[in-house]
Design a protein around this ligand. Structure first.
Ligand code: ADP
Ligand code: ASP
Ligand code: MG
Length: 468
């Protein structure tokens, strides 16, 4: 059994759908496969936008719905002979009717909870899978639409639900006996009561590895629009190259720090069952791509890759009154945990004079408000000076197993940035020594990525960052 997942980039239009259907047909002739699909490219974003517009009481959300409808119908017209179009159009139309009813409700009540947003987003994968299942059947491949909401069970943390592996694996095992090729909706799941949830943006990769682990697949393949996991985001660094092999840990760090080619959770079920993950390009199927496995890989360079996360904010808490007073850090983290803020990086100098917290920009208000409440007394008595909030930042991380115990990496990193006059606001190195992360201005992102790539990954060649 092999699991093959195709992302939105591989489902952009009818040409891409034809292309991945040929890949599915070929593999299904050779061995048993299970297929996971994302929504067509851009559809999840459009669904979110439609719900946000509807929430404002504005009926213009229908424009986004019409665009999504046209995208699917255009693909139907080009993929199906006229006599075969009716069934698939009827299935899609029923879904559009339901979606319109939900969004009309959102418009009327002017409220779109996270729970409703998950339901709205679920239509993307349900529509793409309906379309591709019908199309494969017309091409002589017996395929069956599978709604993952009946197989992946989660809690009710809408937007990024937590999977109940035991329940999900037991349900998924039933799919193993299907004769037809299952075409499974990525990204979506449901609670025990059947309420729709999602696994977080980009979550179809995770769906693939949940199914892979439950079905004890030999390999989980993630098909996308680049040749594999690259040494840096190819949109920023022209000389980025494909990394042929990666350890699970390295892949997890790279994806956690922003390499969106893979959802970071994808590795969790795969590690548990020791299943290798292969990243492949649906436009270049003969390329071997990247293999991710449970092995320490020796790489030719001192680091394995670079990744970055945008829209980062930093809060500096300073004050002479914090020195030597136990419990301040604990109170800060407790207050932020109560607000469910995700702190991405912390740094504290040994003088204890300042604590620096890094989080996503969207959390700024929650962070500042909760700390104002928690530290009200310290602020009043000036033991803590006011907080300094910086926005428009990015977090960059250099990652690699080979960094462990190698002296001089951070020296080289920060002198390369210094030479280019790139200002660094905060630095952290995990004790695993597999990564060094730091914060810089958004305006320096591309320059910094190019500089680091040249310093560590190009044998001294003179590369340039990409021009766009
Ligand atoms: P899909 O639609 O197949 O899920 P994504 O857009 O989620 O594809 O992920 C693929 C994209 O990830 C690539 O087109 C590339 O621009 C981006 N990317 C960012 N960092 C990396 C990296 N280190 N290696 C490869 N791709 C990367
Ligand atoms: N369609 C979802 C998203 O855009 C899930 C995925 O593509 O992996 O986030
Ligand atoms: Mg993706």
């Amino acid at each position: 059994m092999r699991v093959e997942k195709f992302g939105g980039s591989s489902l952009a239009d009818s040409e891409r759908i034809k292309n991945i259907s040929s890949i599915i047909l070929n593999s299904s002739k050779k061995e048993k496969i299970a297929v996971i699909l994302s929504a067509m490219k851009g559809v999840t974003d459009s669904l979110i936008r439609a719900a946000q517009i509807a929430e404002e009481g504005n009926s213009e959300y229908t424009e986004d719905i019409e665009n999504i409808r046209e995208k699917h119908l255009k693909a139907v017209r080009s993929l199906f002979a006229p006599k075969n179009q009716t069934t698939v159009i009827t299935h899609l139309q029923l879904m559009f009717n339901e979606l319109e009813d939900i969004l009309h409700g959102v418009e009327l009540v002017r409220e779109c909870s996270k729970r409703t947003m998950d339901l709205v987003m679920s239509f993307g994968e349900r529509m793409s899978c309906t379309l591709v299942t019908e199309y494969l059947n017309t091409r002589g491949c017996s395929a069956k639409f599978i709604d993952a909401r009946n197989y992946i069970k989660t809690d009710n943390r809408y937007g990024s639900a937590v999977v109940d592996f035991a329940k999900s694996y037991a349900l998924i095992k039933n799919i193993g006996s299907l004769k037809a090729v299952p075409i499974i909706t990525g990204f979506i799941a449901s609670t025990e009561n059947g309420i729709t949830t999602t696994l977080g943006r980009n979550g179809s990769d995770y769906t693939a590895s949940i199914f892979g682990a439950a079905l004890e697949a030999e390999c989980i393949e993630i098909w996308t629009d680049v040749d594999g996991v690259m040494s840096a985001d190819p949109r920023f660094v022209r000389n980025a190259f494909v990394i042929p092999e990666l350890s699970y840990q390295e892949a997890m760090e790279l994806s956690y720090f922003g390499a969106e080619v893979l959802h970071p959770y994808t590795m969790i079920p795969a590690i548990e069952k020791g299943i290798p993950i292969r990243i492949k390009n649906s436009l270049n199927p003969s390329n071997p791509g990247t293999l991710i496995l449970n092995k320490l890989i020796s790489h030719p360079y001192p680091i394995t890759g670079i990744a970055s996360i945008d829209s980062i904010a930093l809060l500096n808490i300073e004050g002479g009154g914090m020195i030597g007073i136990p419990g301040i850090a604990a109170r800060i983290f407790h207050a932020l945990a109560k607000e469910a803020v995700n702190i991405m990086m912390i740094s504290q100098a040994s003088s204890e004079h300042s604590i620096c917290l890094v989080f996503h920009e969207t959390e700024s208000k929650a962070v500042v408000n909760s700390l104002h409440r928690e530290l009200a007394l310290e602020l009043e008595t000036k033991r803590v000076e006011n907080f300094e909030l910086k926005k428009d930042l990015v977090m960059i991380a250099i990652i690699g197993e080979n960094m462990r115990g190698t002296p001089g990496i951070s020296g080289k990193l920060f002198s390369a940035l210094g030479r280019e006059e790139i200002n660094v606001f905060a630095i952290a190195q995990g004790s695993s020594e597999r990564n060094i992360s730091f914060i810089i201005s958004k305006k320096d992102e591309k320059h910094a990525l190019g500089t680091i790539h040249r310093a560590f990954l190009e044998n001294g060649t003179d590369s340039e960052t990409t021009g766009n």
